[in-house]
Design a protein around this ligand. Structure first.
Ligand SMILES: C[S@@+](CC[C@H](N)C(=O)[O-])C[C@H]1O[C@@H](n2cnc3c(N)ncnc32)[C@H](O)[C@@H]1O
Length: 326
């Protein structure tokens, strides 16, 4: 099921409930500090109190949710028959990816959240408490790598914005452990920075060597064709609530989340579609689009005089899986 990039009403209500009696100025200051530490490469280690966890969720959950939603939509588009029943949410934090997966896959019945941060996990469980789908979720505290060795396989494993918090050696170990527990699919999402892309690329390579197929964004298992100075990433626009604008000190009623992801499967996808790697350039005479195809990286030019193909290409958006008519 294709899902919206906005928090589901139950989650929104649970977060709003938590906001009662919580100072927005305090939340703004805390989320600023958390963001600064993040940018400095400090990870989520500064999230220690309940107020920190809530500030993090208010500031970041809408955007990471939107990125996970877009990544799961991309997987669903390529493998529409995929109907997982069990989920492992690795580095679950406030439970963002579990909420998105519950929306994307009505078939999901069993949710396991793994996270080392007790404060964020407590918040995840509180947010899930009154949820129709997540109320019964299981939480495993401590290092996800160690815990994965103990759990059963799940149909779907998701790791959203966690691997960037690990050393390279730990990333490789966790990648292998996650793949071992993914019965059908593994989806990993990272910030859309050159460093985030580099991590996804390394993970992709590591798992292709172990027999994984790429469902999205790449329409192939070949080495990434992008030049060294370029990096694959996407953008998800999401609406920004008034509370969120206050916390972020932002003016515009939307936010753009840059992200990169990879969705890997155990069986080869039945369809392969080209991926739009940048906003297409719609000119007077033609549309020019940067596509990653099964064969290579291509700048496709669709002339206006080719009416049907032009009308088709006009609908292309950055991140879309498309069929280029030639
Ligand atoms: C940036 S948060 C992302 C949370 C959530 N997945 C999301 O997308 O909003 C990263 C999470 O990974 C967790 N984490 C980092 N290293 C971990 C490890 N080795 N084992 C378990 N959790 C870990 C942190 O505690 C934190 O909750």
């Amino acid at each position: 099921m294709m899902i919206a990039p906005t928090l589901p009403p139950e989650l929104r209500a649970a977060l709003d409930g938590k906001l009662q009696g919580f100072s927005r100025t305090d939340a703004a200051q805390r989320s600023q500090k958390i963001s600064t530490t993040y940018r400095a490469g400090g990870g989520s280690g500064t999230i220690k109190s309940e107020a920190d966890a809530l500030a993090y969720a208010l500031a970041r959950m809408p955007a990471t949710y939107a990125a996970v939603a877009a990544s799961l939509n991309a997987l669903t588009e390529i493998v529409p028959e995929f109907a997982p029943e069990t989920l492992l949410d690795v580095g679950a934090g406030p439970g963002t990816a579990s909420w998105a997966a519950a929306e994307a896959f009505p078939s999901l019945q069993d949710f396991t959240l793994l996270d080392a941060n007790a404060t964020l996990s407590r918040l995840a469980l509180e947010l899930a408490r009154d949820s129709t789908r997540l109320a019964e979720c299981r939480y495993l505290p401590g290092d996800a790598g160690g815990n994965l060795a103990e759990v059963s396989q799940a149909d779907l494993v998701v790791a959203s914005y966690i691997i960037g918090e690990l050393s390279e050696a730990d990333q490789r170990r966790l990648t292998e452990a996650m793949w071992a527990k993914a019965r059908h699919a593994l989806v990993v999402i990272e910030p859309g920075t050159p460093a985030g892309y580099a991590r996804i690329l390394a993970l992709r390579q590591q798992l292709i060597a172990l027999g994984a197929y790429v469902a999205a964004p790449c329409p192939h298992e070949k080495p990434c064709p992008l030049a060294a100075s370029d990096w694959c990433h996407f953008n998800q626009r999401l609406p920004r609530s008034q509370a969120h604008r206050q916390i972020k000190g932002a003016e515009v009623p939307f936010e753009d989340e840059r992200f990169i992801y990879v969705a890997l499967t155990r069986t080869a996808p039945a369809t392969r579609a080209a991926r739009v790697l940048a906003p297409p350039d719609v000119g007077k005479a033609e549309i020019s689009a940067k596509l990653c195809t099964e064969e290579n990286l291509a700048i496709i030019k669709v002339p206006r005089r080719d009416k049907a193909a032009y009308a088709n290409a006009r609908r292309w958006r950055w991140g879309d899986a498309v069929i280029a008519e030639s």
